[in-house]
Design a protein around this ligand. Structure first.
Ligand code: DUR
Ligand code: ZN
Length: 132
């Protein structure tokens, strides 16, 4: 699947966002190694800190179905430039994606920024750091 097509999938995912508080819709689309696409959107809560971002929704959906290998993840929001994932998502992406998963950050105006996982969060805390 082309990256442009994956970005369209992220836009479809974005329409499912549950954002009564921020009104800021975000969509994510994960391209699995098998070639399937898994959607994620942000889901907010009246207890604001319970909010789950689109990127983490997509990854948690995939892992909970036993799918753990991804070629790419596209993220889209109505931002001026390519959307900037929050720190929590950068940390989770660093661990749950492989080092060669492409991170595609976009907006509704066609801005596109492609990053590696290392570029998304240089020097991330990782499972190896837990070893004594
Ligand atoms: O990359 C991002 C940035 C923000 N949000 C969500 C969290 C919250 O619902 C709203 C405003 O921060 O956007 C995401 O889902 N992904
Ligand atoms: Zn986030």
């Amino acid at each position: 699947m082309e990256i442009t097509q994956l970005i369209e999938e992220a836009k479809v995912a974005r329409e499912k966002a549950y954002v009564p508080y921020s009104k800021f819709k975000v969509g994510a689309a994960l391209l699995t190694d098998e070639g399937t696409v898994i959607h994620g959107c942000n889901i907010e809560n009246a207890a604001y800190s319970m909010t789950n971002c689109a990127e983490r929704t997509a990854l948690f959906k995939a892992y909970s179905d036993g799918i753990t290998k991804f070629k790419a993840i596209a993220v889209v929001a109505d931002t001026d430039g390519p959307v900037a994932p929050c720190g929590a998502c950068r940390q989770v992406i660093s661990e749950l994606c492989s080092k060669d998963t492409k991170i595609i950050l976009t907006n509704l105006n066609g801005a596109i920024k492609e990053l590696s996982v290392e570029e998304l969060l240089p020097g991330a805390f990782s499972p190896e750091d837990l070893h004594e």
